[in-house]
Design a protein. Structure first.
Length: 420
């Protein structure tokens, strides 16, 4: 068995079935394991690819969820039954109460039909109610596992929205006069609901209707219409100036000949370009992956430190100098974290990967030699996997960028809470 650390990945298998086991230490609360089978865009193709306690089977039984014991869950993934639209399976868990700080030591083990198993152990967690343990993803013609350990505050809702699902609002609590029923996990709907009560009769017409306001009311409506029109005109001019500043150069010419505006509109599409060679794209992709892991670990460390400093602040509201210095140093280091720069690098490389795919597909369409076709097919698969990984990294970096900004705000709130 191979052990994965947070952010690491390893090859698992090329075919067959994979059993993913999630086990956690016995606690008062219990984890709710979930699985998101997502496409290249990082979103589930449909709600059917969201596996949880109330929907334990995916389409064609490609994924099945079982609970062998109170502190264990298993996902059985039949790789051959997964459609091409599913690029990876993300394994996570949520909590109804508490946080994952109480579940350090939880393990995720991926065991293929043939080959060695991979295991990831959760060694650290913050005050969060949802956590992604790992993901099983396509890589060329095989499947790999990446250990993630990324948490979400707020439980299932932000986690599901991260993968393109919308969670319905919970029903409001009943009034105090109505007794609260015992909580149930999921009950099937009543097959024969009672018929709806008839709608109340319409109110009787007002015997003395009021006048609409006459001429004064007409002037009021006219003024509102004029104000809205002026507002829309201002917004339109501002948008034109922002996106096409050349339109508003020498406006007197437009008044003389309104057709001149067509000559100032950009009529030529600017296709994306890539100035890097293919080998250089892959080299920079590996550098991007290494820095992505460093940023992920740095943000995770800062998140744990913020929670610790919050606890220190609650114990000693006087804010000793060491507390203030450490908080300011953390703000300074987070502000220097180059998340935005690597986001831009991921976008550039993603454009290059897309152009590589188009170039290879063009060569494939005009090629008839079998040996060359085999080579081009391998290169196309490699480029598609590259594009998929870059899409995932771009999405994760966007999340880390928002997380970094929230951490900076949290540290500044700590400083604001200190006495002057």
């Amino acid at each position: 068995m191979k052990i994965l650390t947070k952010g690491a990945n390893a090859s698992l298998t090329a075919s067959g079935a994979v059993r993913v086991t999630l086990q956690w230490p016995p606690q008062g609360a219990s984890l709710d394991p979930v699985c998101f089978a997502v496409g290249a865009d990082g979103r589930v193709p449909s709600d059917a690819w969201f596996l949880f306690y109330n929907q334990p089977r995916g389409p064609d039984d490609a994924i099945q969820l079982t609970h062998p014991s109170a502190d264990q869950a298993e996902f059985l993934i039949r790789l051959e039954r997964l459609p091409e639209t599913v690029q990876k399976c993300v394994f996570a868990a949520t909590l109804d109460s508490g946080s994952f700080q109480n579940f350090t030591g939880a393990t995720l083990t991926a065991t293929p039909t043939t080959g060695d198993a991979l295991r990831f152990t959760l060694t650290e967690a913050a005050d969060e109610q949802a956590l992604i343990f790992a993901e099983l993803y396509r890589h060329r013609s095989a499947w790999k596992v990446r250990a993630i350990g990324q948490g979400f505050k707020g439980g299932l809702r932000p986690l599901a929205e991260h993968f393109g699902l919308r969670v319905a609002d919970e029903p409001s609590a009943p009034s105090p006069a109505t007794p609260m029923p015992a909580p149930e996990r999921a009950t099937p709907p009543d097959p024969s609901p009672p018929p709806p009560s008839p709608p109340p009769p319409p109110p009787p017409p007002d015997p003395s209707p009021r006048r609409s306001g006459g001429f004064r009311g007409f002037l009021g409506k006219l003024f509102k219409t004029f104000a809205v029109s002026v507002g829309l005109l201002v917004i339109g001019v501002a948008a034109a100036w922002y996106f096409f500043p050349s339109l508003l150069e020498a406006p007197e010419d437009l008044l003389k000949d309104p057709r001149a505006i067509l000559q100032r509109l950009p009529v030529e599409y600017q296709p994306p370009i890539c100035t890097l060679a293919d080998d250089e794209v892959f080299e920079r992709y590996h550098a991007l992956g290494e820095n992505y892991v460093r940023i992920l670990q740095r943000v995770d460390t800062s998140n744990r430190l913020l929670a610790k400093l919050r606890q220190d602040l609650m114990r000693d509201i006087q804010c000793p100098p060491s507390f203030v210095d450490q908080t300011r140093q953390e703000i300074e280091q987070l502000e220097k974290l180059p998340v935005q720069g690597w986001m831009e690098e991921a976008t550039r490389l993603n454009i290059c990967a897309g152009l590589m795919i188009k170039k290879i597909e063009t060569e494939l369409n005009g090629e008839s030699r079998p040996i060359i076709i085999q080579r081009l097919v391998r290169e196309a698969d490699r480029s598609r996997n590259l594009e998929s990984d870059l899409t995932n990294i771009s999405r994760d970096l966007a999340y880390l960028n928002n997380k970094t900004n929230r951490l900076i705000e949290g540290y500044r709130e700590n400083l604001d809470a200190c006495p002057p």
